[in-house]
Write a protein that binds this ligand. Structure first.
Ligand code: PNS
Length: 236
């Protein structure tokens, strides 16, 4: 059966599941009602099995289906350049983990941009900075973000919102992503007040001229920035 497009959004999943549980628990008084229930059950099961990644289950195995649904993880993609990661990023990630079971920190591989740090350096700094945080994965992606999110079976893109100045760009990005894939939602989280003015670009600017950026970035990033701008010698 060709996958039914609207069935893949989580709202519809929840609706179907609730309906199926109600159906399962409904008292069945006559044979006719039993037949009607089974046929409705099978119709909903067909819709469910049309969902990408949902294992084909026998119509009788309703418990497995309920368990599968309960265990389904809420995964968000937290995309960005992370050139380099700042304490503001970490703040958003920690807030996001209160809403999602797992967050994939996804670094964009963008040949158009001219980053200060190589992808390997950025991954290294992220790994060290996030080593105490559980339920995260660090990955890279190229191409469209929504395609990457769908590949990772995620329905959410997580973005941090600082001041009003972020709004216009974030709004455009979210609307374009929605146009490209309506099943993926963008979730904005407000950064903590102390990180309102923290951005990778402003931190790089300050670090370039020897400004004090203690407390704005993880220690490893502070160290790597000093190395990059020649204030200390390369540790390698
Ligand atoms: O940290 P940044 O640089 O603000 O992150 C921007 C990012 C990576 C989220 C954005 O550039 C992105 O998603 N790029 C991938 C290409 C894409 O899907 N663009 C949006 C629709 S055109």
């Amino acid at each position: 059966m060709t996958p039914v497009r609207h069935v893949r959004d989580t709202g519809t999943h929840a609706y179907l599941m609730k309906f199926m549980i109600r159906l399962r628990n409904a008292p069945v008084s006559s044979d006719r009602a039993k037949v009607a229930n089974v046929s409705l059950w099978n119709r909903h099961l067909t819709l469910f099995t049309a969902v990408e990644g949902f294992p084909k289950l026998a119509a009788t195995n309703r418990k497995d289906m309920t368990d599968y649904y309960k265990k389904m993880k809420r995964i968000a993609i937290y995309p960005g350049s992370f050139d380099p990661v700042t304490n503001g990023h970490i703040d958003i990630l920690e807030r996001g983990l209160k809403l999602f079971d797992k967050i994939i920190v996804a670094i964009l591989l963008n040949p158009g941009k001219d980053p200060l740090f190589t992808v390997e350096e950025r991954i290294h700094m992220l790994k060290i900075s996030l080593k105490k945080i559980h339920n995260i994965e660090i990955d890279t992606f190229s191409g469209l973000l929504v395609d990457y999110a769908a590949k990772k079976k995620s329905h959410a893109i997580l973005r941090g919102m600082r001041a009003v100045s972020d709004f216009e760009y974030e709004f455009q990005l979210a609307l374009m992503n929605r146009r490209l894939n309506r099943e993926i939602q963008t979730v904005f989280l407000m950064t903590g007040l102390r990180w309102i003015f923290t951005s990778s670009s402003i931190i790089k600017e300050a670090a370039r001229f020897g400004g004090n950026i203690n407390g704005m970035v993880p220690p490893i990033v502070n160290h790597k920035l000093k190395e990059k701008f020649g204030f200390i010698s390369n540790s390698k």
